[in-house]
Design a protein around this ligand. Structure first.
Ligand SMILES: [Zn+2]
Length: 165
């Protein structure tokens, strides 16, 4: 985060909701080389009985605009996990297991607020040349680049929309 972004984040805090700030500042989520557009969508729960949905074909993460902050953040974690699961080919098959991971991560962050702070400090201070993210991927033997499905290639549009809540 640049100094300017940091500053606008802090000054903006007083005038906007947390959910709007998330959409404003995290609207272009980079996940394993792809960028997902993060949006609030109206009546998603009414129409689809889902709090969040990820459209892998168009690379859009939509979250219902009528949620509480805790529902919103937890749903965001869920949708990010869905993308990570797919892009890193993590063998979590059932939606129930993704929901368990969502709850586990949400609780982890809530129970350990300093954890987010120190991770953020690392993000700000790490040496990008000496410590590129590709080293971590390599170290964990994740093959992510060559076998990754290309946008829209692997599955038809209907199947590539995950209906998640
Ligand atoms: Zn899901």
């Amino acid at each position: 985060m640049t100094e300017k972004t940091e500053l606008s984040w802090r000054t903006g805090r007083r005038n906007t909701t947390l959910q709007d700030r998330v959409v404003d500042y995290v609207k272009d989520v980079k996940i394993s080389g792809l960028r997902f557009d993060l949006r609030k969508e109206s009546r998603m729960v009414d129409k689809f009985e889902r709090m969040g949905m990820t459209d892998f074909y168009n690379e859009i993460i939509g979250i219902d605009d009528g949620l509480t902050d805790s529902q919103f953040v937890s749903t965001l974690i869920h949708e990010l996990l869905e993308v990570l699961k797919r892009n890193y080919r993590i063998g979590v098959e059932s939606h129930e297991d993704v929901m368990r991971l969502e709850t586990a991560m949400y609780a982890l962050f809530i129970d350990n607020p300093k954890l987010v702070e120190v991770i953020n400090e690392h993000v700000q201070t790490r040496n990008r040349e000496e410590d590129p993210i590709s080293n971590i991927i390599e170290a964990t033997k994740i093959s992510n680049s060559k076998e990754e499905p290309e946008k829209g290639k692997e599955e038809p549009k209907e199947d590539s929309i995950s209906l998640d809540g």
